[in-house]
Design a protein around this ligand. Structure first.
Ligand SMILES: [Zn+2]
Length: 302
């Protein structure tokens, strides 16, 4: 399979400044669809179902992230800020098929919000306001930082060995709120005995990944609101990249995921504790339906 960036000097240059958050979301959604098309085609070719093909991506100097004329630096004009995990399997620009200068990216394990991340967000929101329309907090499935936080919650006696250093503890501790919220939601949906289900740990990791992205997005939005002080600021949303499906979506995949309307890529941030509880219940229900078959024995060690 060939992926060709085709440069045409006579092609009109793509406008860099997007009008609003909806246009920014649409740009990311369409880029992610291009990425998904390539992933699907590669899988088909590997399986021998499809002859090798070619994907042509039209390019101009601006979409390649280059200055239009040699000898001058490009002006920084990202349309979205993405706070994502450092995980090597989640290359942010690639999964949204975006060019250099499109995204202002902050990557830290577990996509947690430390003070240095807040500093980067402050900079982007205040200095790049002319182009920045959207802030995305992006979690991903089977996140190592989230898994460590879940394991330290499930086995507190192992906490010291899981979070041996101050630096690791600061990562894992920041995720504990999401772990506890996800655990409470799973028990609410599937009963207190759910903790003995063999699929419980996997379900708790998955629910925590989605809730952690939402909680971090809530904290980011408070910071953005403080910075713009009532003025127009970028919209804050959250989503999760599923490593198995190679898709970003606002909610976990349902047990019967095929055939429905396209899934929303991002969700808006909950506004109140009640909305967070509702979100937790919704996530827990979708995940329990797929992972926690009540007929499976609950007494096998998980
Ligand atoms: Zn991760």
């Amino acid at each position: 399979m060939d992926i060709v960036y085709r440069y045409d000097p006579y092609r009109p240059m793509t406008a860099r400044l997007l009008e609003n958050a909806e246009a920014a979301i649409d740009n990311l959604r369409r880029g992610h669809q291009r990425y998904a098309t390539i992933v699907t085609q590669v899988h088909r070719e590997l399986a021998g179902d499809q002859a090798p093909g070619q994907v042509v991506i039209p390019a101009d100097p601006l979409t390649l992230g280059l200055p239009p004329w040699a000898g001058s630096p490009p002006v920084q004009t990202p349309f979205a800020l993405v706070l994502g995990c450092s995980d090597a399997r989640v290359p942010i620009e690639r999964i949204f098929d975006q060019s250099p200068n499109d995204l202002f990216v902050i990557r830290v394990a577990g996509n947690v919000l430390g003070v240095e991340c807040l500093g980067s967000i402050d900079y982007a929101v205040s200095q790049l306001a002319a182009s920045l329309k959207l802030v995305v907090v992006l979690g991903h499935s089977t996140c190592g930082a989230v898994s460590a936080a879940v394991d330290s919650y499930l086995a507190p006696k192992d906490y010291a060995s899981i979070a041996f250093t101050h630096a690791l503890r600061s990562l894992i501790d920041r995720i504990q709120v999401a772990v506890r919220g996800a655990a409470t939601a799973l028990e609410r949906v599937a009963g207190a005995g759910v903790t003995r289900h063999p699929g419980y740990r996997g379900a708790l990791v998955e629910a925590t990944v989605y809730l952690n992205a939402a909680i971090t997005a809530y904290d980011v939005r408070r910071e953005v609101d403080r910075l713009v002080a009532g003025g127009p600021g970028p919209r804050v949303v959250h989503g999760v990249f599923d490593l198995v499906r190679q898709r970003v979506s606002a909610r976990p995949p349902a047990a019967e995921a095929d055939g429905g309307p396209p899934e929303p890529v991002f969700a808006d941030v909950p506004d109140s504790p009640d909305e967070f509880a509702e979100l937790g219940t919704e996530l827990a229900q979708i995940i329990a339906d797929r992972r926690l078959d009540p007929t499976e024995t609950a007494d096998r060690p998980g």
